[in-house]
Design a protein around this ligand. Structure first.
Ligand code: F6P
Length: 322
């Protein structure tokens, strides 16, 4: 294989640039040329390609976002869009691909492999950490760090005003960020989609805290919680009794900024491994790191199998918050 294409797709994640640097430099070191594809599948269909050299990825290991930009493509979901993308890759001489993204990215990659036989290896890049086949995804550690920084600040004002804060963190379908942020930030409660907790349960727990002498509390809520997010929960709690609630939705602040070292290192390792896997003839797999070992998981399993939330950590956080 002489020419490798690389792209980032779906929600950007801090560490994607470190991964691009690793992919480009490993491929060049192994004697390949690298084509960068702009804006994920959108740019693949449009043929937005550029040659990347070792120098084009200088000075990006520390940057958030993605230098190739990213996107979510409706056209790529259709066979016709994928056909156009495959044709563009063929014209540019791209013989294999490294796809950096989440489950949506891997679904598209799987189709491209099945329909057009283009070898493709995935690297998990999403802050949500909701992919089976790796302990952590690129961007997750940074998102958690951003969340904890925010909780620490909110704690000051919550204590001073003796208020209850509902802090919403990202995680459309999973509570990994919420659990880690809540556990590290000493949250009084953590609401995640993986665990049933009604608004009544939340109210009762907060009330018990008050009875034990707590004058302020922080509830971390995963965006995808079944009770409807921080705003909805706070409104309902407010209606249940005389408590003063405030809401803070951290949203995209968790996706921006410099990646923490753990994400840079993970991104560098997985990016390099993805190139070597392609050159070894692997395809239709995601490269991940489990218990410090490199593991390859078929794309289909990354979204069909469920990665479990650490229930022990959840229980510990609960106990320590009493
Ligand atoms: O998948 C990553 C993620 O940050 C989710 O946590 C969040 O729900 C979603 O992307 C937000 O997407 P967008 O940036 O398109 O609003």
């Amino acid at each position: 294989m002489d020419v490798i294409g690389v792209f980032t797709s779906g929600g950007d994640a801090p560490g994607m640039n470190a991964c691009l640097r690793a992919v480009v430099r490993t491929a060049i070191y192994r004697g390949c040329r690298v084509i960068g594809i702009q804006r994920g599948y959108v740019g693949m269909i449009e043929g937005e390609f550029e040659e990347l050299t070792a120098k084009s990825v200088s000075n990006i290991v520390q940057l958030g976002g993605t230098m190739l930009k990213t996107g979510r493509s409706e056209r790529f979901r259709e066979r016709e869009g994928r056909e156009e993308a495959a044709e563009q890759l063929r014209r540019a001489g791209v013989e294999g691909l490294v796809a950096i993204g989440g489950d949506g990215t891997f679904r598209g990659a799987h189709d491209l492999w099945e329909e057009y036989g283009i070898p493709i290896v995935g690297v998990p890049g999403t802050i949500d950490n909701d992919l089976y086949g790796t302990d952590a995804t690129i961007g997750y550690h940074t998102a958690v760090a951003r969340g904890v920084e925010a909780i620490d600040r909110i704690r000051d004002t919550a204590t001073s005003h003796e208020r209850i804060f509902f802090v919403e963190v990202m995680g459309r379908e999973a509570g990994f960020i919420a659990l880690a942020v809540g556990a590290a930030g000493g949250a009084e409660l953590i609401a995640v989609p993986e665990r049933d907790m009604s608004v009544e349960d939340i109210y009762r727990t907060l009330e018990e805290g008050v009875e034990r002498g707590k004058t302020s509390s922080i509830v971390v809520v995963a965006e995808g919680d079944e009770e409807g997010g921080a705003l909805a929960i706070a409104r309902k709690v407010q209606q249940m009794g005389p408590v003063e609630c405030r809401v803070c939705v951290l949203g995209h602040t968790q996706r921006g900024g410099n990646p923490v070292p753990a994400d840079r290192i993970l991104a560098s390792r997985l990016g390099a491994e993805a190139v070597d896997a392609l050159l070894d003839g692997k395809s239709d797999v995601m490269v991940g790191l489990i218990d410090k070992r490199i593991v390859f998981t078929p794309f289909r399993e990354t979204w069909e199998k469920r990665k479990n939330l650490d229930q022990d950590l959840y229980e510990l956080a609960r106990m320590l918050a009493t």
